[in-house]
Design a protein around this ligand. Structure first.
Ligand code: COA
Length: 278
């Protein structure tokens, strides 16, 4: 079950086939701490990953941060955040033995390991573990006021949630090195330019834009979507020539599925495909 650090909403998808498709929206729910990821956040995300993986109705997952609460009397308004990193207060006084078990079983890898598509909906700060959580997702949609960064260097640390590896593969060696070594933040426009964000929209349009992409994915054959994700993911793990062979074998195997026949026939009949999911 989700704890207070994460709110979960399963949104029905109009027109999904097989019927009953859901977009599972996970909201990091510590806005007073800019949704910094503490132990509870990790536990809840890992639990939701297991649930989403085993629930055939969950077709796509969206991860977002809760918006900031209204300013308390006499205090300034807290900024919007996807997640401003790992919860730094949990680092104080800890040695390597203390933190190793936690980092060996973390939410970043749980999200990355999902076979279903994931979208990070980023509004505001995505720093450190926040950028890493967005990187663990397949797609990142950001609002214009978002800022990304890997500021761990300023704490005498480096990214520990896969940031050095996933960032490098996504935006390339030079830009990843610059972000990790300087700890400087980049804005949404820069994130879009270097491929860290797939799309940048106004804060008002962020939810609709993200849900439109999630719905588009959720209306495809859930079986074929998993194969597609696995094939693209193989490009990160395999040498090029092996990756091409892997793709070919996945592609050919799809000719034994019902959904390939359904999709092809629907095109020929100029109808919407009604997927069965195998
Ligand atoms: N861990 C724990 N608490 C955090 C946090 C984090 N990563 N990031 C922000 N917070 C908390 C602050 O301590 C503050 O709590 P308080 O109001 O109880 O004092 C609250 O969130 C608001 O943050 P604040 O720093 O006051 O907001 P700001 O607008 O002045 O600055 C940031 C925003 C994002 C620039 C700043 O919070 C920041 O640099 N955060 C840490 C980023 C980081 O280094 N992340 C990597 C961690 S490995």
């Amino acid at each position: 079950m989700a704890n207070d650090a994460l709110t979960v909403d399963d949104i029905p998808v109009d027109g999904s086939n097989p019927p009953g498709g859901l977009i599972s929206v996970w909201t990091l729910n510590r806005p007073e701490k800019l949704n910094a990821l503490n132990k509870d956040s990790h536990t809840a995300i890992k639990e939701q990953c297991s649930r989403a993986e085993s629930d055939p109705n969950v077709r796509c997952i969206v991860i977002r941060g809760a918006p900031p609460p209204p300013a308390e009397e006499g205090k300034r308004q807290k900024p919007a955040a996807f997640a401003a990193g790992a919860d730094i207060s949990e680092f104080s006084g800890k040695n390597s033995d203390d933190v190793r078990p936690f980092f060996e079983d973390n939410a970043w890898e749980a999200v990355w390991s999902l076979s279903k598509p994931t979208i990070a909906m980023v509004d505001g700060f995505a720093l450190g573990g926040g950028t890493e959580l967005a990187l663990s997702c397949d797609i990142r949609i950001a609002s214009e006021r978002s800022k990304f960064g890997q500021p761990e260097i300023n704490l005498g640390l480096i990214p520990g949630g896969g940031g050095t590896q996933r960032l490098c593969r996504l935006i390339g060696y030079g830009k990843a090195m610059e972000m990790v070594l300087t700890g400087d933040m980049i804005d949404a426009e820069e994130a879009l330019k270097i491929g860290l964000a797939n799309k940048v929209v106004s804060p008002e349009d962020l939810e609709d834009s993200t849900m439109a992409i999630a719905s588009s994915i959720a209306c495809k054959s859930p079986y074929t979507i998993k194969v597609a994700k696995r094939a693209v993911r193989a490009s990160l793990e395999l040498p090029f020539s092996e990756g091409v062979l892997t793709e070919r074998s996945e592609f050919v195997a799809l000719f034994d599925t019902e959904d390939k026949e359904i999709g092809v026939q629907a095109f020929l009949d100029r109808k919407e495909a009604e997927w069965v999911g195998n």
